[in-house]
Ligand binder design. Structure first.
Ligand code: ATP
Length: 258
């Protein structure tokens, strides 16, 4: 049986009087694409913020590759191998596509501050290597032609790809994607599905994604957990989720828009 990459164990998150997550548990196995779905306000982004160390849960643990990482600081979570993208694309707007990707390498540079200031040989060797790696990642996303463009000059779909490419530059083994297909047209969504499957294979990733587009979820995910008001109401295959009565009631027919 394949190994567990991420274990969400009995997580509860309260904000004042609101229980945003109520005793939630699920597991993402190595190499899986796992979907986290549910209506607005169900608690999906809160779970991402707990995994990445932005929120400390009221109760429960996050276990990544057999180690408890609950409450670990966000920059250390990245170093441990978890990268994320955001619901609203967050790029350095005035910087080029290449520079946005190079930022992803920041955590992994092996030269010292002084070596960088004095431009010592190790700095140049590293920088050359990093740039080559960044170009290889951009090629994977078919973004090579935009390398020197300003990030904001790209189409919405391509900006989304740059954001994912930057996450890949941190060398994650787990990638968290928050509504990757949001705001995309059908052809951009299809292109994104193909790329996600490809990077999963090429970079040996496990993926946890939040998404509302059920056609996309059905096409992408091995398994899903459905949340409603912070409670798990379904665990299983996406095809079974869309015919589950509890899930249909929670969405009140939202699937008709899928
Ligand atoms: P959406 O699909 O709209 O993004 P979601 O499923 O991601 O929704 P969350 O953003 O996780 O939902 O929110 C779950 C609940 O927790 C909501 O009631 C929200 O208002 C509340 N919540 C989230 N973050 C905070 C916070 N920092 N302070 C107070 N309440 C919060």
């Amino acid at each position: 049986m394949s190994k567990t990459t991420l274990k969400i164990q009995d997580i509860t998150m309260q904000f004042g009087g609101i229980t945003a997550i109520d005793n939630l548990s699920f597991e993402v196995k190595e190499g899986q694409i796992y979907g986290l779905i549910g209506p607005n306000g169900a608690g999906k982004t809160t779970i991402f913020n707990i995994i990445t160390g932005n929120y400390q849960p009221t109760k429960g643990d996050i276990i990544f590759q057999d180690k408890t990482i609950t409450g670990t600081k966000p920059n250390l979570v990245v170093q441990k191998g978890i990268a994320r993208t955001f619901q609203n694309i967050r790029l350095f707007k005035s910087m080029s596509v290449l520079d946005n990707i190079l930022i992803g390498f920041h955590n992994r540079s092996h030269y010292s501050y002084l070596e960088a200031i004095f431009r010592l040989p190790r700095y140049f060797t590293q920088e050359k290597k990093i740039k080559a790696e960044a170009m290889a990642i951009l090629d994977e996303f078919s973004l090579t032609e935009f390398v020197n463009h300003k990030a904001t000059d790209l189409s919405y779909g391509n900006q989304r790809k740059v954001e994912i490419a930057r996450a890949i530059a941190t060398k994650p083994s787990l990638l968290l994607l928050d509504e990757p297909a949001a705001g995309m047209n059908p052809s951009e969504t299809e292109d994104l599905s193909t790329i996600i499957h490809k990077i999963k294979k090429d970079f040996n990733l496990s993926i946890l994604l939040i998404e509302h587009d059920m056609k996309f979820v059905n096409n992408m995910c091995d398994l899903v957990t459905v949340l409603d008001y912070g409670e798990k109401i379904f665990d299983g295959k996406p095809a079974d989720a869309i015919v589950d009565e509890k899930v249909i009631t929670a969405y009140l027919g939202d699937f008709t828009h899928a």
